[in-house]
Design a protein around this ligand. Structure first.
Ligand code: PEP
Ligand code: MG
Length: 570
């Protein structure tokens, strides 16, 4: 009997094959009582040293295979092994008579739970790193290091969740898809799946445990579901869809470097969302028309002090160069209550998403904002640089930001620095108030970039990090679309432009609706660029406009999705 299990889509595509449960190598038995605190301490120390050596070796072996950010994960894990807070917790347990294993598990779990409880998915993902390094030490304590062996044939990897060091033990040639019980679209398995171009479905829940090793699975990464032991007819249909998908992808990639135009000749920019130099290189290689959103948080997180101006200049220049003269939209630092920085002490907030984040925090720390703007302006000379501000909710804020920006420009000029010639200043539209009052913000900016991830969570009152309300937070909801229309209507005929840089821009059914609403630029995950361009080319602007008009009249996101599924361009 076939069964369908629903999860969340994390990487598109269709795959079929046998399930292979990724067994986590945990120690077989855990002694809870120690013999003697000194002996236990020495055992733990030895296991930690072996784990550290293993991590260093892993880093060396993977140096040419992995991007620097992923190598940095292993480095961070080595540092975690010496974390003073963690070691103090271990010491307290050992002093109380616990075995090395019990003391280690308790301290690691408490540390990981602290991180997992933070609302930001970035820190939740760091909890997985802590558990990962925790498991490594435990394996050494049990004297059974070693990762599970992959079968020698292609499989669908099934796991409760996958940790960074586990994914590197997998042979990408033999991975057909990833399915996880937990995690979200930002989980490590999901990111890896997108990079490998294989489908992934995450957050399937405990029902996944009923899938036995070797069971035949059908995975639909776009719909976010899997089917266990599908009927032969379903498999046949899926095989046809898979062949079609692979053909379409190959065709899309062949012309990915060409501009995307609708059938009636309207050019739409398809740029990429980027969070590192490595992403920028991938975006360029995938044919992106530029960077539509550079998330600069990567420069600020996981360090004890803000980067110096010179360091920022070097990084921004490398990114601009990597894009070979194409436009790059850089967003100023977007952190806050949900993404705290150790060097920006902030009081805890009950509702971090409604608190001091984005430009609200930048205004409280003008020195940090000034340094970032100076670095950007210095790096941007000779490049088409666009700078934008996140989380703007009041007209008074954008006025302040614009004046602050002009002041930074004048100071730099007075110091003798040349300024970029091809420069635009914009803001993100992520708050319903900003969308509704777009015409009032417009006089202060050259462009708007709509952040549908936040705009959707604020419009539909559905926390973007809470899987329990993930199904409510669909950006194709007509309430969100009406706000987008408000923004494009305000810009029409002014010579300024509107882009969308939330995940919705790379959601293929949303593409004709967004361009039909008047959006001129879509900024998407680099791997999505070819398919988004291909989708644009299938539509005429007349058809897309009619579809968008119809979408605005619907009552919910499901109705919009069925409308799009039925509407076929010529
Ligand atoms: C958004 O909110 O849609 C967006 C692009 O910004 P982020 O996801 O970084 O909050
Ligand atoms: Mg946002």
């Amino acid at each position: 009997m076939s069964r369908r299990l629903q999860g969340l889509p994390a990487s598109p595509g269709i795959a079929m094959g046998p399930a292979w449960w990724f067994q986590r190598a945990l120690p077989i038995a855990v002694r809870t009582q120690g013999e003697d605190a000194t002996v236990e301490r020495m055992r733990l120390q030895a296991a930690q040293e072996r784990a550290a050596a293993e991590l260093a070796a892993l880093r060396e072996v993977q140096r040419d295979r992995l991007p620097p950010e992923e190598l940095a994960i292993f480095e961070a894990q080595e540092l975690m092994l010496q974390d003073p807070e963690l070691m103090a917790a271990v010491e307290a347990e050992l002093a109380g008579g616990a075995s090395a294993e019990a003391a280690w598990i308790k301290a690691v779990e408490a540390f990981a739970a602290q991180l997992a409880a933070l609302p930001d998915p970035y820190f939740q993902a760091r909890a997985a790193d802590v558990r990962d390094v925790g498991n490594r030490v435990l394996r050494h304590l049990a004297g059974s290091p070693g990762a599970p062996m992959m079968p020698d044939h292609p499989v669908i990897v099934v796991a409760d969740d996958l940790l960074p060091s586990e994914t590197v033990t997998l042979d990408p040639q033999r991975v057909l898809a990833f399915i996880t019980e937990g995690g979200g679209p930002t989980a490590h398995a999901a990111i890896l799946a997108r990079r490998l171009g294989v489908p992934a479905v995450v957050a399937v829940g405990t029902a996944l445990r009923t899938v036995s090793d070797g069971a035949l699975l059908l995975v639909d990464g776009e719909g976010g579901w899997i089917e266990v032991e599908p009927e032969p007819e379903v498999m046949r249909q899926a095989q046809i869809r898979r062949t079609l998908w692979l053909q379409e992808r190959a065709q899309a990639e062949a012309v990915a470097h060409e501009p995307a135009q609708t059938r009636d000749g309207v050019r739409i920019e398809v740029s990429a969302n980027v969070g590192s130099l490595e992403d920028a290189r991938e975006a360029f290689q995938k044919g992106a028309d530029g960077i539509g959103l550079l998330r600069t948080e990567f420069l600020y997180l996981e360090r004890t002090a803000a980067p110096a101006e010179e360091e920022e200049v070097t990084v921004y220049r490398a990114l601009l160069e990597a894009m070979g003269g194409k436009p790059v939209v850089v967003r100023t630092l977007d952190v806050g209550g949900d993404k705290p920085l150790p060097y920006l002490p902030m009081p805890p907030e009950a509702n971090p998403f409604l608190g001091v984040r984005g430009v609200r925090l930048s205004r409280e720390h003008p020195d940090l904002l000034r340094r970032q703007l100076r670095a950007l302006l210095r790096a941007g000379v000779g490049f088409p640089l666009r700078i934008m501000f996140p989380m703007v909710s009041a007209v008074e804020e954008i006025r302040w930001l614009r004046e602050f920006f002009e002041e930074v420009c004048s100071t730099l000029a007075a110091e003798g620095y040349p300024l970029p010639q091809d420069l635009q200043v914009g803001m993100m539209v992520e708050v319903p108030a900003a969308a509704l009052l777009a015409e009032h913000f417009l006089s202060w900016v050259d462009f708007f970039s709509i952040g549908t991830n936040d705009l959707t969570q604020y419009t539909l009152a559905a926390d973007r990090t809470n899987p329990a309300v993930a199904r409510l937070a669909d950006g194709l909801h007509p309430a969100v679309l009406r706000l987008i229309r408000h923004v494009t209507a305000a810009v029409e005929g002014t010579g300024k432009w509107v882009g969308v840089c939330g995940e919705l821009a790379g959601d293929l059914p949303a593409v004709p609706v967004l361009i039909g609403l008047g959006v001129q630029e879509l900024s998407v995950n680099p791997v999505r660029v070819p398919e988004v361009k291909a989708t644009i080319r299938r539509w005429s602007m007349t058809e897309a406009r009619a579809l968008a008009e119809e979408a605005l009249r619907q009552a919910d996101a499901a109705a919009v999705r069925s409308l799009v599924a039925e509407a076929r361009p010529l």
